[in-house]
Design a protein around this ligand. Structure first.
Ligand code: ATP
Ligand code: MG
Length: 452
């Protein structure tokens, strides 16, 4: 099949140049994998991977040592620099036996594009495109792309046994593309999920992040719950945790995946998505049932923040991301004061970026409750309006933004030390409560406070 001209034109000149130079030297060269998939979906690919019949040494010869980087050589990959970008150029290869459910024991090159496509994970990722727009698609990837299906190339049970990471990649592509997983592939994921235990925590962490930030995350984690929970056993207690209370309609896990379904795409950043995933993980451990049979989860947000820290440390997420997510988890059940002063206090506590994320987390959380919780949405909207309003004011939310500083107080005769700190703090509290952040008024007030 020859691709439409408009799609061919979406290939950047530098990528063409890489293909042209390989062809001019007598080798086959194709774009392959994610970029072909994205091109066919009408999306702009992030990166352009090339596969070629040239051996790595030959690729180096074609481009010259100055234009290449050799970091991926063990896998037959040479990075080629062209037009200010880098391209991974990988020699056609077949993979042999897998000893550890993850890494092929050795890499064998081949001169056949079809053999190379056969080792790729899913049909939608096993298509190649050449300079003339000719698509090589031996596994009906295009058909699955149109149908919105993730399907293994070859026997799914064997493919997942070779490399258990593919199980998580299937979930990730499902969540990111909003695709269903073909029946045989889904059954094989379920059957082979035990091998997920062999994956490194870091890989699990990055795949989970890719999943939860995808637009279809809620649906994917809902449908393939057992597989997902095998990858993330720390969340498994939530799957069995009932919530007998009028504000809820399902288990903690059901509530969590439903909350993810409401996540606004503009807010699908790691902090917000992970906070929703982890927000109620403190519930199983804090659940109590009163004599009327109603469940309570006192302190679950604090307990959850601690468990979230543990989970994110185990998954090797960066410390800063972990702390931001844990803060959102800790604050998700906060009593909201939907007033300008309430918004200023929250700004002082967490800053604007975190506050906007917190509002989104609480919004999604609230939507995944019964209708009884709906009033909280109005409170939240009011808080959002107040937030926009107070950000327009020339106000201060931190000591740094206050119109007076330590030097000003010193010139009033207040010596540096705890007393000065106390006065600055009191001034900030008054500004947070609504007093103007006005220099002369604040100096006057500081004088008063100092004389008391
Ligand atoms: P993304 O948009 O996430 O980068 P991608 O399809 O480009 O998607 P990569 O991880 O960059 O994914 O891999 C590039 C290609 O290599 C895939 O499209 C697939 O053909 C192949 N591939 C990657 N990982 C595996 C794997 N574990 N098993 C088999 N094939 C794989
Ligand atoms: Mg890629």
């Amino acid at each position: 099949m020859i691709l439409e001209m408009s799609m061919q034109q979406a290939v950047p000149p530098a990528a063409r140049e890489v293909l042209e130079r390989l062809e001019a030297a007598g080798y086959q060269a194709n774009l392959v994998g994610g970029c072909v998939r994205d091109l066919l979906r009408g999306q702009t690919p992030q990166d352009w991977d090339v596969c070629t019949s040239a051996l790595p040494d030959q690729v180096v010869e074609v481009f010259g040592e100055k234009q290449v980087r050799l970091t991926g050589l063990r896998h037959g990959t040479v990075t080629v620099l062209a037009g200010g970008r880098s391209f991974e150029v990988t020699t056609y290869r077949v993979e042999s036996t897998y000893g550890d459910n993850r890494h092929p024991d050795r890499v064998n090159f081949t001169s056949s594009l079809r053999e190379d496509l056969a080792r790729r994970d899913f049909t939608i990722n096993a298509m190649a495109l050449d300079l003339r727009g000719r698509l090589t698609d031996p596994y009906q990837g295009q058909k699955d792309l149109k149908a919105g299906l993730i399907r293994c190339v070859g026997d799914p049970v064997l493919r997942f046994r070779e490399d258990a990471l593919r199980i998580l990649r299937a979930l990730r592509f499902s969540a990111r593309l909003g695709f269903a997983i073909h029946g045989d592939t889904a059954a094989a994921m379920e059957a082979e999920k035990g091998n997920l235990a062999h994956l490194s925590a870091e890989r699990v962490g990055s795949e989970v992040l890719g999943m939860v930030t995808g637009p279809g995350a809620g649906e994917t984690l809902d449908r393939y719950r057992a597989v997902f929970l095998t990858a993330l056993p720390l969340l498994a207690p939530a799957a069995d945790c009932p919530q007998n209370c009028p504000y809820h309609y399902g288990t903690v896990y059901q509530h969590t995946v439903d909350a993810l379904k409401y996540l606004d795409r503009g807010h699908a950043v790691p902090q917000t998505a992970l906070a929703i995933l982890f927000h109620d993980m403190g519930k199983p451990a804090t659940r109590t049932t009163d004599p009327q049979g109603r469940d309570h989860f006192y302190g679950h947000a604090q307990a959850g923040a601690e468990l979230c820290r543990q989970a994110m440390t185990a998954l090797r997420y960066p410390n800063r991301l972990r702390e931001e997510v844990a803060q959102l988890v800790e604050l998700h059940s906060l009593q909201i004061a939907p007033t300008p002063a309430g918004a200023r206090r929250l700004l002082n506590k967490v800053g604007e970026a975190q506050l906007r994320r917190l509002i989104e987390v609480i919004r999604c959380d609230t939507l995944a409750h019964t209708a009884l919780a709906r009033p909280r949405l109005e409170t939240l909207e009011e808080l959002s309006r107040c937030l926009d309003g107070v950000l327009e004011e020339a106000s201060a939310f931190t000591l740094k933004q206050l119109a007076v500083n330590g030097r000003d107080l010193k010139s009033l005769g207040i010596p540096p030390g705890p007393r000065m700190g106390g006065i600055l703090d009191a001034l900030l509290q008054e500004v947070l409560a609504g007093s103007p952040n006005d220099r002369s008024a604040l100096l006057e007030r500081a004088r008063q406070l100092a004389s008391n």
